[in-house]
Design a protein around this ligand. Structure first.
Ligand SMILES: [Zn+2]
Length: 234
């Protein structure tokens, strides 16, 4: 089958998929008093995103977009029915965040996939995850634990402090110069190189290393970690 023939087959499936989505959205609309089933649905050939909800903007009305590459029947890799339904619900939950009022206790986490969106997911039984995991929709979700604002307790404050302290320590370590001008280092790809210049930064050290005629600037931290070794030490 040529690519053109495949595209045609996929496009021929649009009415069936549109009916599947509209039927689901009508049920959800009925339950919530919304009009998601009236929002235009467009299909594309996106290979990176399964679907998306585009809110109304200056030059475009709101719409749902789905990728035929993932939901088309004529492909072997088509999503299972339950994963497809979850995808539709995922996008519908995005639509909901624009059209229902979110109780204030569910506004603590920002972001398109934040607590407001997760709250909408909980109302319609969508998986509150922003990525796709095959078969994930079959798992039971504990919405309560997903929706609850984490309480800031003493232990957590302490952990944050520890984190800050650790980072300060790491920065200090990273800015310690471990090489000297003239040191010969070996690199798996570029071969042997000579340190020509050392630049000390607040939280790092940058080395200018000559590999033949070419000088590369490399962060010492990376160099230490990935086995650039001083030749004398190997
Ligand atoms: Zn999303």
């Amino acid at each position: 089958m040529t690519k053109k023939e495949m595209f045609k087959m996929l496009h021929d499936e649009e009415p069936v998929l549109r009916a599947e989505i509209t039927a689901l959205y009508s049920v959800l609309d009925h339950k919530l008093g919304l009009h998601g089933a009236e929002v235009p649905i467009t299909f594309g050939m996106d290979e990176k995103a399964l679907g998306s909800y585009l809110p109304p903007s200056y030059d475009d009305e709101e719409q749902f977009q789905f990728s035929l590459f993932f939901i088309g029947f004529c492909l072997n890799e088509q999503l299972s029915k339950s994963d497809r339904i979850n995808l539709y619900k995922h996008e519908y939950a995005h639509y909901m965040t624009r059209h229902i009022s979110i109780p204030s206790e569910y506004t603590w986490q920002p972001g398109v996939h934040g607590s407001a969106w997760k709250y909408c997911c909980s109302l319609i039984g969508a998986i509150p995850a922003d990525y796709y995991v095959e078969g994930q929709s079959l798992k039971k979700v504990d919405y309560d634990s997903v929706l609850k604002r984490p309480t800031v307790d003493h232990k957590q404050v302490q952990m944050l402090d520890t984190y800050r302290t650790q980072r300060a320590y790491k920065n200090m370590e990273n800015s310690k110069i471990r090489y000297e001008v003239g040191d010969v280092v070996s690199h798996p790809k570029f071969g042997e190189g000579t340190v020509k210049e050392i630049e000390k930064q607040p939280s790092s050290v940058r080395l200018h290393i000559a590999f033949g005629d070419e000088v590369k600037i490399i962060d010492q931290k990376w160099l230490v970690k990935t086995g650039y070794k001083k030749v004398s030490e190997t």
